[in-house]
Each structure stands twice: as structure tokens, then as C-alpha cells.
Design a protein around this ligand. Sequence first.
Ligand SMILES: [Zn+2]
Length: 75
Amino acid sequence: MAYRYWCGECGHQTSWLRESEAEQKHIDHYVTEHPGIPTGGRVENREKETEPGSGCFLVLVVLVLLLVLPAACQR
Ligand SMILES: [Zn+2]
């Protein structure tokens, strides 16, 4: 699993990291950007298998189908 922490005070988010690394970056952000405010916000997680590349490939397949299907029907 990969974890991303979102700041509750501003729009800051960590990058996708292991839980301990992301949590540390989140705490570091609060210490430097929001001193005196208790650490809040929310955490998001995802399976490592769903890399961004696979989503782009699916979109490409759908686009090709949309282009090919009308041409095939006109014959
Ligand atoms: Zn912040």
C-alpha cells in the first residue's frame, strides 16, 4: 500500500510513500508550516498495483474504440 497525507490547514499533500515516510513528512509539514496546531488532515491510501500508467492505457483503448466503431457502422 502507498499512503498520501493531506494537510487539514492548507492544500498541502505529501507524495505517495510508505506509511511511516508519509506520516513523517506530514508531521514535518505541520511543524514547519503550522507550528502550534495539532496534526490533522486526512490520509489516503491505494494499492501499489494501480500505477497511473494502466488508467491511461484504458482511456486510450476506449478512445480508439470510439474512433473505429462509427467508421465500421458506416459501411
Ligand atoms: Zn499545511
